[in-house]
Design a protein around this ligand. Structure first.
Ligand code: P1T
Length: 385
Protein backbone atom coordinates (compact mmCIF):
# COMPACT_ATOMS: atom_id res chain seq x y z
CA UNK A 1 0.00 0.00 0.00
CA UNK A 2 1.12 3.56 -0.73
CA UNK A 3 0.92 6.15 2.04
CA UNK A 4 -2.41 7.67 0.88
CA UNK A 5 -4.00 4.21 0.95
CA UNK A 6 -2.40 3.17 4.23
CA UNK A 7 -3.86 6.13 6.14
CA UNK A 8 -7.34 4.94 5.18
CA UNK A 9 -7.03 1.15 5.19
CA UNK A 10 -4.10 0.03 7.39
CA UNK A 11 -5.09 -1.67 10.62
CA UNK A 12 -8.75 -2.36 9.91
CA UNK A 13 -10.65 -4.51 7.46
CA UNK A 14 -14.47 -4.14 7.70
CA UNK A 15 -14.80 -7.83 6.74
CA UNK A 16 -13.26 -8.67 10.12
CA UNK A 17 -16.27 -7.18 11.89
CA UNK A 18 -18.46 -10.26 11.57
CA UNK A 19 -21.42 -8.70 13.34
CA UNK A 20 -22.07 -5.73 11.04
CA UNK A 21 -19.23 -5.11 8.58
CA UNK A 22 -19.02 -1.55 9.92
CA UNK A 23 -16.87 0.53 7.59
CA UNK A 24 -15.54 2.57 10.51
CA UNK A 25 -13.85 0.71 13.38
CA UNK A 26 -16.16 0.09 16.35
CA UNK A 27 -15.51 2.00 19.59
CA UNK A 28 -15.18 -0.73 22.23
CA UNK A 29 -16.28 1.34 25.21
CA UNK A 30 -15.69 -1.29 27.86
CA UNK A 31 -13.40 -1.64 30.86
CA UNK A 32 -13.35 -5.44 30.88
CA UNK A 33 -14.06 -8.59 28.83
CA UNK A 34 -15.84 -11.85 29.61
CA UNK A 35 -13.87 -15.04 30.27
CA UNK A 36 -15.40 -18.52 29.76
CA UNK A 37 -13.27 -19.92 32.55
CA UNK A 38 -10.28 -18.27 34.31
CA UNK A 39 -7.79 -17.33 31.57
CA UNK A 40 -10.03 -18.74 28.82
CA UNK A 41 -10.87 -15.64 26.80
CA UNK A 42 -10.60 -14.04 23.36
CA UNK A 43 -7.26 -12.32 24.12
CA UNK A 44 -8.70 -9.37 25.99
CA UNK A 45 -8.80 -9.33 29.81
CA UNK A 46 -8.92 -5.76 31.07
CA UNK A 47 -8.93 -2.47 29.17
CA UNK A 48 -5.86 -0.98 30.87
CA UNK A 49 -3.99 -3.80 29.15
CA UNK A 50 -5.74 -4.09 25.78
CA UNK A 51 -8.63 -2.63 23.82
CA UNK A 52 -9.66 -3.58 20.26
CA UNK A 53 -10.16 0.04 19.09
CA UNK A 54 -6.69 0.85 20.41
CA UNK A 55 -5.29 -2.22 18.63
CA UNK A 56 -6.67 -0.98 15.29
CA UNK A 57 -5.06 2.43 15.76
CA UNK A 58 -1.78 0.83 16.83
CA UNK A 59 -1.72 -1.33 13.69
CA UNK A 60 -2.46 1.72 11.56
CA UNK A 61 0.27 3.86 13.17
CA UNK A 62 2.89 1.09 12.94
CA UNK A 63 2.10 0.78 9.22
CA UNK A 64 2.40 4.55 8.64
CA UNK A 65 5.87 4.64 10.22
CA UNK A 66 6.92 1.43 8.44
CA UNK A 67 7.41 -0.31 11.80
CA UNK A 68 6.35 -3.50 13.53
CA UNK A 69 4.83 -2.14 16.75
CA UNK A 70 2.97 0.91 18.04
CA UNK A 71 1.95 1.48 21.65
CA UNK A 72 -0.68 4.18 22.14
CA UNK A 73 -0.80 6.42 25.22
CA UNK A 74 -3.14 8.90 26.85
CA UNK A 75 -0.95 11.81 25.66
CA UNK A 76 2.35 12.58 23.97
CA UNK A 77 3.88 13.22 27.41
CA UNK A 78 2.70 9.80 28.63
CA UNK A 79 4.62 8.27 25.70
CA UNK A 80 7.72 10.36 26.59
CA UNK A 81 7.41 9.22 30.23
CA UNK A 82 7.19 5.52 29.33
CA UNK A 83 10.17 5.69 26.95
CA UNK A 84 12.39 7.32 29.60
CA UNK A 85 11.33 4.62 32.07
CA UNK A 86 13.15 2.11 29.84
CA UNK A 87 16.30 3.56 31.46
CA UNK A 88 17.77 3.14 34.94
CA UNK A 89 19.55 5.44 37.42
CA UNK A 90 23.02 6.41 36.19
CA UNK A 91 22.05 6.24 32.51
CA UNK A 92 22.73 9.31 30.39
CA UNK A 93 20.63 10.81 27.62
CA UNK A 94 21.84 13.17 24.92
CA UNK A 95 19.10 15.47 23.72
CA UNK A 96 18.70 18.49 21.49
CA UNK A 97 18.84 21.86 23.25
CA UNK A 98 15.81 23.01 21.24
CA UNK A 99 12.84 20.83 22.05
CA UNK A 100 9.26 21.01 23.30
CA UNK A 101 9.26 22.77 26.70
CA UNK A 102 7.11 20.05 28.29
CA UNK A 103 9.62 17.35 27.32
CA UNK A 104 12.49 19.46 28.70
CA UNK A 105 10.53 20.00 31.94
CA UNK A 106 9.87 16.27 32.38
CA UNK A 107 13.54 15.45 31.77
CA UNK A 108 14.86 18.08 34.19
CA UNK A 109 12.23 18.28 36.90
CA UNK A 110 11.02 14.69 37.09
CA UNK A 111 13.66 12.29 35.78
CA UNK A 112 16.84 13.98 37.02
CA UNK A 113 15.52 13.26 40.54
CA UNK A 114 15.71 9.55 39.73
CA UNK A 115 19.38 9.64 38.81
CA UNK A 116 19.19 10.08 35.04
CA UNK A 117 21.55 12.60 33.45
CA UNK A 118 20.52 14.70 30.45
CA UNK A 119 22.84 16.61 28.12
CA UNK A 120 21.07 19.26 26.02
CA UNK A 121 23.26 20.04 23.05
CA UNK A 122 23.19 21.78 19.69
CA UNK A 123 22.76 19.04 17.09
CA UNK A 124 22.44 21.16 13.94
CA UNK A 125 25.77 19.52 13.12
CA UNK A 126 25.38 15.83 13.86
CA UNK A 127 29.08 15.34 14.62
CA UNK A 128 28.70 17.50 17.78
CA UNK A 129 27.19 14.47 19.45
CA UNK A 130 30.40 12.43 19.54
CA UNK A 131 32.08 14.49 22.28
CA UNK A 132 29.17 13.70 24.65
CA UNK A 133 29.18 9.91 24.34
CA UNK A 134 30.47 7.91 27.30
CA UNK A 135 29.88 4.40 28.64
CA UNK A 136 26.72 5.57 30.46
CA UNK A 137 25.08 6.96 27.32
CA UNK A 138 21.96 4.88 26.75
CA UNK A 139 19.69 7.13 24.73
CA UNK A 140 19.74 9.90 22.14
CA UNK A 141 16.56 11.98 22.00
CA UNK A 142 15.94 14.25 19.04
CA UNK A 143 13.14 16.31 17.57
CA UNK A 144 13.32 17.30 13.91
CA UNK A 145 12.08 19.79 12.86
CA UNK A 146 12.56 21.17 16.37
CA UNK A 147 9.91 22.97 18.40
CA UNK A 148 9.88 25.97 17.99
CA UNK A 149 13.03 26.92 16.01
CA UNK A 150 12.43 24.54 13.07
CA UNK A 151 16.03 23.34 13.18
CA UNK A 152 16.68 20.19 11.21
CA UNK A 153 18.75 17.32 12.57
CA UNK A 154 20.27 14.69 10.32
CA UNK A 155 18.55 11.56 11.68
CA UNK A 156 20.63 9.09 9.70
CA UNK A 157 23.93 10.72 10.69
CA UNK A 158 22.99 10.89 14.40
CA UNK A 159 21.78 7.27 14.41
CA UNK A 160 24.94 6.05 12.66
CA UNK A 161 27.24 7.91 15.07
CA UNK A 162 25.29 6.56 18.06
CA UNK A 163 25.32 2.95 16.84
CA UNK A 164 28.99 3.15 15.91
CA UNK A 165 29.76 4.22 19.47
CA UNK A 166 27.57 1.54 21.06
CA UNK A 167 24.78 -0.73 19.86
CA UNK A 168 23.17 -0.23 23.30
CA UNK A 169 22.29 3.41 22.63
CA UNK A 170 18.61 3.77 21.71
CA UNK A 171 17.85 6.52 19.23
CA UNK A 172 14.48 8.18 19.80
CA UNK A 173 12.96 10.62 17.31
CA UNK A 174 9.99 12.82 18.18
CA UNK A 175 8.27 12.96 14.79
CA UNK A 176 5.37 15.18 15.89
CA UNK A 177 6.21 18.16 13.63
CA UNK A 178 6.99 16.11 10.52
CA UNK A 179 4.46 13.24 10.74
CA UNK A 180 5.10 10.01 8.82
CA UNK A 181 3.83 11.83 5.71
CA UNK A 182 7.02 13.92 5.63
CA UNK A 183 9.60 11.56 7.14
CA UNK A 184 9.87 8.06 8.53
CA UNK A 185 12.71 7.97 11.07
CA UNK A 186 12.71 4.16 11.48
CA UNK A 187 14.00 3.86 7.92
CA UNK A 188 16.84 6.27 8.85
CA UNK A 189 18.04 4.25 11.84
CA UNK A 190 15.79 5.31 14.76
CA UNK A 191 14.88 2.68 17.36
CA UNK A 192 11.79 4.46 18.66
CA UNK A 193 9.55 7.09 17.07
CA UNK A 194 7.29 9.09 19.31
CA UNK A 195 4.38 11.39 18.47
CA UNK A 196 2.09 13.74 20.21
CA UNK A 197 -0.89 12.42 18.21
CA UNK A 198 -2.75 15.42 19.65
CA UNK A 199 -1.22 17.36 16.74
CA UNK A 200 -1.19 16.46 13.02
CA UNK A 201 -2.22 12.81 13.46
CA UNK A 202 -5.47 13.72 15.23
CA UNK A 203 -5.48 16.88 13.13
CA UNK A 204 -8.64 18.53 14.46
CA UNK A 205 -7.67 19.89 17.91
CA UNK A 206 -10.20 17.63 19.60
CA UNK A 207 -8.12 14.94 21.29
CA UNK A 208 -5.03 14.44 23.50
CA UNK A 209 -3.11 11.32 22.51
CA UNK A 210 0.40 9.89 22.11
CA UNK A 211 2.22 6.95 20.58
CA UNK A 212 5.59 5.17 20.76
CA UNK A 213 6.59 3.13 17.70
CA UNK A 214 9.39 0.55 17.38
CA UNK A 215 10.55 -2.61 15.58
CA UNK A 216 12.28 -4.36 18.45
CA UNK A 217 10.06 -6.93 20.22
CA UNK A 218 11.76 -6.45 23.57
CA UNK A 219 11.34 -2.64 23.47
CA UNK A 220 7.66 -3.15 22.68
CA UNK A 221 7.30 -5.65 25.49
CA UNK A 222 8.97 -3.29 27.98
CA UNK A 223 6.83 -0.33 26.88
CA UNK A 224 3.64 -2.38 27.29
CA UNK A 225 4.82 -3.61 30.69
CA UNK A 226 5.49 -0.01 31.82
CA UNK A 227 2.17 1.16 30.42
CA UNK A 228 0.20 -1.63 32.04
CA UNK A 229 1.98 -1.02 35.32
CA UNK A 230 1.52 2.74 35.36
CA UNK A 231 -1.76 3.10 33.47
CA UNK A 232 -1.28 5.93 30.95
CA UNK A 233 -3.69 4.43 28.43
CA UNK A 234 -5.90 6.27 25.92
CA UNK A 235 -9.66 5.78 25.95
CA UNK A 236 -11.31 4.02 22.98
CA UNK A 237 -13.22 7.17 21.94
CA UNK A 238 -9.91 9.05 21.68
CA UNK A 239 -8.37 6.20 19.67
CA UNK A 240 -11.33 6.45 17.30
CA UNK A 241 -10.84 10.21 16.89
CA UNK A 242 -7.17 9.74 16.02
CA UNK A 243 -8.08 6.98 13.54
CA UNK A 244 -10.62 9.27 11.93
CA UNK A 245 -8.14 12.15 11.81
CA UNK A 246 -5.45 10.00 10.20
CA UNK A 247 -7.74 9.16 7.27
CA UNK A 248 -7.13 12.67 5.91
CA UNK A 249 -3.48 13.03 7.01
CA UNK A 250 -2.19 12.59 3.45
CA UNK A 251 -4.35 15.37 2.00
CA UNK A 252 -4.14 17.66 5.02
CA UNK A 253 -0.34 17.57 5.01
CA UNK A 254 -0.22 18.59 1.34
CA UNK A 255 -2.24 21.70 2.16
CA UNK A 256 -0.29 22.42 5.39
CA UNK A 257 2.92 22.34 3.34
CA UNK A 258 1.55 24.63 0.61
CA UNK A 259 0.18 27.14 3.11
CA UNK A 260 3.32 26.92 5.28
CA UNK A 261 5.41 27.87 2.27
CA UNK A 262 3.12 30.75 1.27
CA UNK A 263 3.20 32.20 4.81
CA UNK A 264 6.97 31.73 5.24
CA UNK A 265 7.64 33.56 1.94
CA UNK A 266 5.18 36.34 2.79
CA UNK A 267 6.83 36.90 6.17
CA UNK A 268 10.33 36.85 4.70
CA UNK A 269 9.48 39.81 2.47
CA UNK A 270 7.61 41.76 5.15
CA UNK A 271 9.38 44.98 6.25
CA UNK A 272 8.45 44.51 9.93
CA UNK A 273 9.71 40.96 10.14
CA UNK A 274 13.29 40.13 11.12
CA UNK A 275 14.10 36.38 10.92
CA UNK A 276 11.84 33.65 9.54
CA UNK A 277 12.51 30.02 10.48
CA UNK A 278 11.26 27.48 7.93
CA UNK A 279 13.34 24.57 6.58
CA UNK A 280 12.22 25.20 2.98
CA UNK A 281 14.41 28.30 2.60
CA UNK A 282 17.67 27.63 0.79
CA UNK A 283 19.32 29.81 3.42
CA UNK A 284 18.12 27.52 6.24
CA UNK A 285 21.17 26.01 7.97
CA UNK A 286 20.15 22.43 7.19
CA UNK A 287 18.00 22.94 4.08
CA UNK A 288 19.90 20.20 2.21
CA UNK A 289 19.31 17.70 5.01
CA UNK A 290 15.63 18.67 5.14
CA UNK A 291 15.43 18.00 1.40
CA UNK A 292 17.13 14.64 1.85
CA UNK A 293 15.08 13.29 4.75
CA UNK A 294 11.72 15.02 4.31
CA UNK A 295 9.21 14.90 1.48
CA UNK A 296 8.32 18.59 1.94
CA UNK A 297 8.81 21.25 4.61
CA UNK A 298 5.65 21.16 6.73
CA UNK A 299 3.25 23.75 8.09
CA UNK A 300 5.20 25.10 11.07
CA UNK A 301 6.87 28.51 10.80
CA UNK A 302 8.41 30.72 13.48
CA UNK A 303 9.66 34.29 13.19
CA UNK A 304 10.88 37.31 15.09
CA UNK A 305 10.06 40.94 14.43
CA UNK A 306 12.38 43.91 13.97
CA UNK A 307 10.61 45.51 16.93
CA UNK A 308 11.57 42.75 19.33
CA UNK A 309 9.79 44.09 22.41
CA UNK A 310 7.36 41.95 24.36
CA UNK A 311 4.78 44.68 23.73
CA UNK A 312 5.02 44.30 19.93
CA UNK A 313 4.71 40.54 20.26
CA UNK A 314 1.62 40.80 22.46
CA UNK A 315 0.06 43.28 20.02
CA UNK A 316 0.52 40.92 17.10
CA UNK A 317 -0.74 37.91 19.05
CA UNK A 318 -3.87 39.75 20.15
CA UNK A 319 -4.78 41.08 16.72
CA UNK A 320 -5.06 38.06 14.45
CA UNK A 321 -8.51 36.67 13.59
CA UNK A 322 -7.95 33.37 11.80
CA UNK A 323 -4.68 32.59 13.59
CA UNK A 324 -6.09 31.67 16.97
CA UNK A 325 -3.93 32.42 19.99
CA UNK A 326 -3.65 29.00 21.61
CA UNK A 327 -1.22 26.29 22.73
CA UNK A 328 -0.81 23.27 20.45
CA UNK A 329 -0.38 22.82 16.70
CA UNK A 330 -1.18 20.58 13.79
CA UNK A 331 -4.94 21.14 13.58
CA UNK A 332 -6.87 22.19 10.49
CA UNK A 333 -7.19 25.70 11.93
CA UNK A 334 -4.22 28.07 12.10
CA UNK A 335 -2.80 28.78 15.55
CA UNK A 336 -0.41 31.47 16.73
CA UNK A 337 1.66 31.14 19.88
CA UNK A 338 4.34 32.82 21.97
CA UNK A 339 6.85 30.12 22.98
CA UNK A 340 8.60 32.26 25.64
CA UNK A 341 5.44 32.56 27.75
CA UNK A 342 3.46 29.56 26.52
CA UNK A 343 4.87 26.24 25.25
CA UNK A 344 8.48 26.91 26.36
CA UNK A 345 7.88 28.94 29.55
CA UNK A 346 9.37 26.15 31.66
CA UNK A 347 12.81 26.59 30.05
CA UNK A 348 14.95 29.18 31.90
CA UNK A 349 15.26 32.46 29.92
CA UNK A 350 19.09 32.17 29.54
CA UNK A 351 18.72 28.61 28.24
CA UNK A 352 15.95 29.32 25.74
CA UNK A 353 17.55 32.54 24.46
CA UNK A 354 20.69 30.60 23.54
CA UNK A 355 18.64 28.67 21.01
CA UNK A 356 16.73 31.69 19.68
CA UNK A 357 13.55 31.44 21.77
CA UNK A 358 13.56 35.15 22.52
CA UNK A 359 10.68 37.20 23.94
CA UNK A 360 9.67 38.30 20.45
CA UNK A 361 9.64 34.86 18.81
CA UNK A 362 6.24 33.98 17.37
CA UNK A 363 5.28 30.42 16.36
CA UNK A 364 2.68 29.68 13.72
CA UNK A 365 0.92 26.41 13.09
CA UNK A 366 -0.35 27.13 9.61
CA UNK A 367 -3.71 25.47 9.04
CA UNK A 368 -5.46 24.45 5.86
CA UNK A 369 -7.64 27.53 5.36
CA UNK A 370 -7.28 29.60 2.19
CA UNK A 371 -3.71 30.97 2.18
CA UNK A 372 -4.86 34.38 0.92
CA UNK A 373 -7.03 34.85 3.99
CA UNK A 374 -4.21 33.78 6.28
CA UNK A 375 -1.78 36.21 4.66
CA UNK A 376 -4.31 39.06 4.87
CA UNK A 377 -4.83 38.24 8.53
CA UNK A 378 -1.11 38.42 9.37
CA UNK A 379 -0.70 41.54 7.22
CA UNK A 380 -3.40 43.48 9.07
CA UNK A 381 -2.05 42.36 12.47
CA UNK A 382 1.52 43.37 11.51
CA UNK A 383 0.25 46.75 10.31
CA UNK A 384 -0.86 47.52 13.90
CA UNK A 385 2.73 47.34 15.23
O1 P1T B 1 0.62 17.53 24.53
P1 P1T B 1 0.97 16.09 24.42
O2 P1T B 1 0.07 15.30 23.54
O3 P1T B 1 1.19 15.45 25.76
O4 P1T B 1 2.39 16.02 23.64
C1 P1T B 1 3.59 16.56 24.14
C2 P1T B 1 4.49 16.95 23.01
C3 P1T B 1 5.53 16.09 22.63
N1 P1T B 1 6.36 16.39 21.62
C4 P1T B 1 6.24 17.53 20.91
C5 P1T B 1 7.19 17.83 19.79
C6 P1T B 1 5.22 18.43 21.22
O5 P1T B 1 5.10 19.55 20.48
C7 P1T B 1 4.33 18.14 22.30
C8 P1T B 1 3.24 19.08 22.69
N2 P1T B 1 3.43 20.39 22.21
C9 P1T B 1 2.57 21.43 22.44
C10 P1T B 1 1.47 21.36 23.20
C11 P1T B 1 2.94 22.68 21.74
O6 P1T B 1 2.11 23.60 21.64
O7 P1T B 1 4.09 22.76 21.26
Amino acid sequence: MKFGTKVIHAGYNPHDDKKSGAVMPPIYQTSTYIQKAPNDHLGYEYARTQNPTRDILQANLAALEGAKHAVCFGSGMAAVDAIIKLLKPGDEIISTNDLYGGTYRTFRRIFEKYGLKFHFIDLKEAKNITQHFNQNTKMVWIETPTNPMLNIIDIEAVATLAKNYSKDIKVVVDNTFATPYLQQPMSLGADIVIHSATKYLGGHSDVIHGVAICNDDSIEEDLRFIQNGTGAVPGPQDCFLVLRGIKTLNVRMQQHCKNGEAIARFLKDHPKVDKVHWPGFESHFNHEIAKKQMKNFGGMVSFSMKNDSMEAGVKLLSNTHYFLLAESLGGVESLIGHPATMTHASIPKEEREKTGVTDSLIRLSVGIEDAEDLIADLDQALSKI
